[in-house]
Design a protein around this ligand. Structure first.
Ligand code: SF4
Length: 324
């Protein structure tokens, strides 16, 4: 049985699903290709949806007297109202979703780093600022707890690791909360303890207290509270020192079994990890091997050592898991 529940991810359609860019091209994204077997993608092209055809004259964000609009310089069309209307209807009617993977720097899909131009220039104009796109910006506003990234940022190994960890964790929680009984939530929480310890110890304690009140809270109250604090906990990439703490904590489970030489070797690996000389996965793999060898049930359940399907680990990327 697949132990990972499939995340549901909204994706910009031009990232490998349709040749819908303004110039009639499609973007080949190896990361999206790899993800296709593991997530349920919801492809969307907001510019096609508002009736801009393919090919089309490009649109851009322009700012006049403090008001930003989506403008097509070649035709003089302002499509702000159409885009806002589509984005609102689509995003509000989306149903369950765990994340968004959007095209970088697009005036529609971008989540940041989108160029803003002054007035209604047709040709080259100086860029006056950066913003999110109209669709991407509304997604950020309506889904603050979900994993929202653009394909450009996901070239960074640490951001990609964080994105994958979050979408599979959020999907796992969605499945747990949908299937109901408190027992499943308790199991979910137990299996995430090390992950939460690495991500956010304050929220980990809040979540622990919530689960402990399972008999006094209504299920809806418990589920909503858990979801809000879990999203908060996974909101930011863990600090490098947090990973060292978690791995030291895990080492403690084997203190009576390991030889002094094994412990010394592991501590040397942690030192290298702390100086960013080896990836996190190298040190975590050592613990994983001891979990298998000594059959430690508690650590064996921890998603920290395998937060998403192994097939998604990009071994060609030497920066993967680096503690940045
Ligand atoms: S970036 Fe968004 S709006 Fe532009 S082509 Fe891709 S999906 Fe369509």
């Amino acid at each position: 049985m697949n132990k990972f529940f499939k995340p549901r991810i909204v994706v910009s359609k031009c990232l490998g699903f349709a040749a819908c860019r303004y110039n009639g091209l499609i973007i080949s994204s190896p990361f999206v290709r790899k993800l296709k077997d593991h997530v349920d993608f919801v492809p969307v092209c907001p510019e096609l949806e508002i009736g801009l055809g393919v090919p089309r004259d490009p649109v851009r964000i322009v700012e006049t007297k403090g008001r930003r609009s989506l403008y097509q310089p070649a035709t003089g069309r302002d499509v702000t109202a159409e885009m806002n209307a589509f984005a609102g209807i689509f995003l509000n009617g989306l149903g369950p979703v765990d994340g968004f993977l959007l095209k970088t720097r697009s005036p529609s899909c971008g989540i940041n780093d989108v160029k803003v131009y002054p007035g209604s220039f047709k040709g080259t104009a100086p860029v006056t600022g950066k913003s999110s796109g109209f669709f991407g910006g509304l997604a950020l506003e309506l889904y603050p707890g979900r994993a929202i990234e653009d394909e450009g940022r996901l070239e960074n190994a640490a951001i990609r690791e964080h994105f994958l960890t979050r979408i599979f964790a959020l999907a796992g929680l969605r499945d747990t909360l949908n299937s109901g009984p408190v027992k499943k939530l308790v199991e979910f929480h137990s299996s995430r303890k090390l992950q939460l310890m690495a991500y956010n110890q304050k929220e980990m304690r809040v979540l622990g207290k919530l689960v402990a009140r399972q008999n006094e809270l209504k299920w809806t109250e418990l589920a909503a509270g858990y979801q809000a604090h879990f999203e908060q906990a996974l909101g930011r990439t863990p600090r490098p020192r947090s990973h060292l703490n978690v791995l030291m904590h895990a080492l403690g489970y084997f203190k009576d079994e390991l030889t002094p030489a094994e412990k010394k070797y592991f501590l040397e690996q942690l030192d290298l990890l702390g100086r960013d000389k080896i990836p996190l996965s190298t040190a975590a793999t050592l613990i994983g091997a001891w979990v298998a060898r000594f059959q430690d049930k508690y650590l064996g359940l921890q998603t920290y050592f395998e937060p998403y399907p192994r097939e998604l680990v990009d071994i060609s990327d030497t920066g993967r898991g680096r503690m940045v």
